[in-house]
Design a protein around this ligand. Structure first.
Ligand SMILES: *Cc1c(COP(=O)(O)O)cnc(C)c1O
Length: 385
């Protein structure tokens, strides 16, 4: 008996979609099918699985669940977020062009500018907050527009529906990297995106203990292509990683609620602190994307960036001298992290249109006690700011 229904609420889908009790033993949790191959009853016949690069039941459970959370017909899991991005971009041919949001994840920029460029796929950095300009300046070679919202690390908000309309008018495809919002806060397919990509390493896994990627789409043809490429290229997640990601996703809703409320507490302190020159958080009413965020997201997320008055030296010291905010790349885990994007995650964007200010600090607000997080950041700002 299938326990999940498309009409179920988000948390119900997170717990049940793709996760019927296992048929042979009744195991309530989808087992880790740690096997590379599957016995076949007869030559040319199989029970749904042949070889584990092509498919594995633990991966199927994860793919079914995540597709349900994005409201998608098709979901395909990968070994990492970058593997998912790479596989998505393989639909491009020499001479094609990518319109890349001008505040994209550094690794995505590197993949496009250093790897795809070798195969004669062009790209330009585009300000996607201006859908009209995108339309007016449309490059006829553009086949894919790649959008992040909120962006990383500047937390700019892009109107997904407005960009989708322009992209479709010109016959191209819109990909939304939904890693920062997670499907709990934002579902881009419903807003017109053709494909959604995730680094499940972040909020979906949620515990900083597994790397993974995911693509969701309602485009049956593209999905078939991606499924073919998933097998042909082989950047697939192992069953243990799928299990961990699926375990993480069960609590995505309750974790995101706490990430968001803790982020609000941190922001309230930062906006009043004299060492801080600017707080970048879409939940602030004076954030330029606040109204769009309020309409396309369920809440404003757990990522906060801020600039400090003392410049790069002070920013680097503050990032290194907190007690609870661990100095580390990545985001979206239950524990709070802090980083200096200019030197760390976005070093590869130095000198490009995607370069970030050097007095910028980014925090991934975890689910520790809010008052402890606020105190930790405040003491660092008091002492070093
Ligand atoms: C981390 C991240 C990626 C890359 O994912 P990996 O799992 O690290 O390969 C892509 N996009 C965004 C927005 C990310 O934060």
């Amino acid at each position: 008996m299938a326990v999940d229904r498309p009409s179920d609420g988000f948390e119900t889908r997170a717990l049940h979609a793709g996760q019927d009790p296992e048929r042979v033993t009744g195991a309530v949790i989808p087992p880790i099918f740690q096997t590379s191959t599957f016995a076949q009853p007869a030559v040319g016949e199989h029970l749904g699985y042949e070889y584990a690069r092509t498919g594995n039941p633990t991966r199927t459970a994860l793919e079914t669940c995540l597709a349900a959370l994005e409201g998608a017909d098709h979901g395909i899991a990968f070994a990492s977020g970058m593997a998912a991005c790479d596989t998505l971009l393989r639909r491009l041919r020499p001479g094609d062009h990518i319109g890349l949001g001008d505040d994209a994840y550094g690794g995505t920029y590197r993949l496009i500018s250093a790897i795809f460029s070798v195969h004669d796929v062009g790209h330009s950095a585009v300000d996607l907050t201006d859908a009209k300009a995108l339309d007016t300046n449309w490059n006829p070679a553009t086949q894919i527009v790649w959008l992040e919202t909120p962006t990383n690390p500047l937390l700019t908000i892009v109107d997904i529906a407005a960009v989708a309309e322009v992209v479709h008018k010109h016959g191209a495809k819109l990909v939304v990297d939904n890693t920062f919002a997670s499907p709990y806060l934002q579902q881009p397919l419903a807003l017109g995106a053709d494909a959604v990509v995730h680094s499940t390493t972040k909020y979906i896994g949620g515990h900083s203990d597994v790397v993974g990627g995911f693509v969701a789409t309602n485009d049956a043809e593209w999905a078939a292509d991606l499924r073919y490429l998933q097998n042909a290229i082989g950047a697939v997640p192992g069953p243990q990683d799928c299990f961990l990601t699926l375990r993480g996703v069960k609590t995505l809703g309750v974790r995101m609620d706490r990430h968001c409320s803790n982020a609000r507490a941190v922001v309230d302190m930062l906006v009043d602190h004299p060492a801080v020159s600017k707080v970048l958080y879409p939940g602030l009413p004076n954030h330029p994307g606040h109204d769009i965020a309020a309409s396309q997201m369920a809440d404003f997320g757990g990522m906060v960036s801020f600039r400090v008055k003392g410049g790069v030296g002070v920013a680097m010291k503050i990032a290194a001298e907190c007690r609870l905010f661990t100095l580390a790349e990545s985001l979206g885990g239950v524990e709070s992290l802090i980083e200096h994007p200019g030197v760390m995650t976005h070093a590869s964007a130095a000198g490009s249109a995607l370069e970030v200010p050097d007095d910028l600090i980014r925090v991934s607000v975890g689910i520790e006690t809010a008052a402890d997080l606020v105190d930790d950041l405040r003491q660092a700002l008091d002492r070093l700011g």
